[in-house]
Design a protein around this ligand. Structure first.
Ligand code: SAH
Ligand code: SF4
Length: 381
């Protein structure tokens, strides 16, 4: 990957790509492993710090290559230990990365795109419109930055980041090659050495790309379901009109089957008051998923200004969870973390230079609603 400086950015290169790079400059392939360890285990971005690389090679590398992560605009730490970084990517937009500590586990929530084109009705990222795909270096760069902030402990010895979820801004399957390359680096021992069960890709349901995924990598899969039937899902996740539930669930089952070992699909379900949180929805969902090996993660809606949706009451959440539990499902409710720094699911907004003009339309409709009846309601375009 060549950057605006005309140099090759080594940060996003997988091991085979790094070996190819050393081939191309007439150097031995084993240098790939040495340099990758400096970059990913020790967080180094200066070739002069690579003490097992001779001076002549370091000079050569400086002339043709660089190690460039996204620019850190801010880092906030919540009272509950959650951390949030805002980083600027090459397109000029900003995206967000969130670290959530929980007992011995530390989960990093990584963004894949600046904005998102899919426009799910309850998602603040979707309301921003779409600007750009992140490069592989910008995706893995978020892990690199977070890892460095914990003191650049070699990843294989003691890790603050035990899990990565592609659940930040954007739809990862619409930035396929870069996300797959970055996930290879997350799992590679020369990268971050995280097990394939602890790297999770979350998708709203891009069926052809779910089918493609199994040919490239065997990470865990999460499906953003949000509705137990097509009529309601069409409203909440517009992509459902293209890939309805039947084909979507079949693609997910197929993906799991191709992994060739016992793995379960994670089902994410954002609970929206009076929209998809009724008992009848839980009943329908239990029926829909009866042949799908899965665990269910309920996400009470995290509000953002002018969304037009509300979070259900604790009673409604419990009723929904209890029904699924009694139907035999493993169901958890995601606790909201990092609220004081706006780091919760669906609250990630970054600063996206929208190319779709959706954010303009969203603001215009909001205005119209506010002028019309004094109430602002959700702009579902
Ligand atoms: N585009 C991917 C991954 C990013 S969204 C996807 O849709 O799966 C990560 C998760 O946060 C998804 O399950 C999404 O539906 C959920 N989410 C989005 N907005 C939310 C909100 N306001 N409150 C709670 N969860 C939300
Ligand atoms: Fe995009 Fe996911 Fe938000 Fe839908 S929920 S708009 S797919 S980021």
């Amino acid at each position: 990957m060549t950057t605006s400086t005309g140099k090759t950015n080594l940060l996003g290169l997988t091991q085979p790509e790094m070996e190819k790079f050393f081939d191309s400059i007439g150097e031995k392939r084993f240098r790939a492993g040495q340099v990758m360890k400096w970059i990913h285990h020790f967080g180094v971005d200066d070739f002069d710090a690579m003490t097992n690389v001779g001076k002549a090679l370091r000079e050569k590398l400086k002339a043709v290559a660089e190690i460039r992560g996204p620019e850190v605009v801010s880092e906030d730490i919540s009272s509950d230990g959650t951390r949030k970084w805002v980083v600027r990517v090459a397109s000029g937009s900003c995206v967000e990365t969130v670290y959530i500590p929980q007992g011995k586990r530390g989960t990093l929530c990584v963004s894949s795109q600046a904005g998102c084109a899919l426009d799910c009705s309850f998602c603040s990222t979707g309301k921003q419109g779409f600007n750009s795909n992140l490069t592989a270096a910008e995706v893995i760069g978020q892990v690199w930055i977070a890892n460095k902030s914990f003191g650049s402990v070699p990843a294989t010895i003691d890790r603050a980041i035990t899990n990565v979820v592609m659940m930040g801004m954007g739809e990862p399957l619409l930035n396929f090659d870069n996300v797959v390359a970055a996930m290879h680096l997350m799992m590679d021992d020369l990268g971050y050495g995280i097990s394939k069960r602890r790297v999770t890709l979350s998708t709203s349901g891009v069926v052809p790309m779910i089918e493609e995924l199994a040919k490239h990598i065997d990470v865990s899969l999460a499906l953003s379901l949000h509705a137990p039937n097509d009529a309601l899902r069409n409203e909440l996740v517009p992509l459902n009109k293209k890939y309805p539930l039947k084909v979507l669930l079949a693609a997910c089952m197929n993906y799991m089957a191709q992994l060739g070992e016992k793995r379960v699909l994670t089902i994410e379900y954002t609970l929206l008051k009076d929209v998809n949180d009724k008992l009848e929805h839980a009943v329908e969902m239990a029926e829909l998923l009866k042949n799908v090996p899965c665990k269910i993660n309920l996400i009470p809606f995290n509000p953002f200004p002018h969304s037009g949706y509300e979070r259900p009451s604790n009673n409604a959440i419990r009723r929904f969870q209890d029904h699924l539990h009694h139907a035999g499902y493993n169901v958890t409710v995601r606790t909201t973390r990092g609220e004081d720094i706006d780091a919760a699911c669906g609250q990630l907004v970054g600063q996206v230079m929208d190319r779709t003009r959706r954010s303009e339309r969203y603001i215009a409709v909001r205005q119209l609603n506010a002028d019309g009846d004094g109430q602002e309601s959700a702009a579902r375009n």
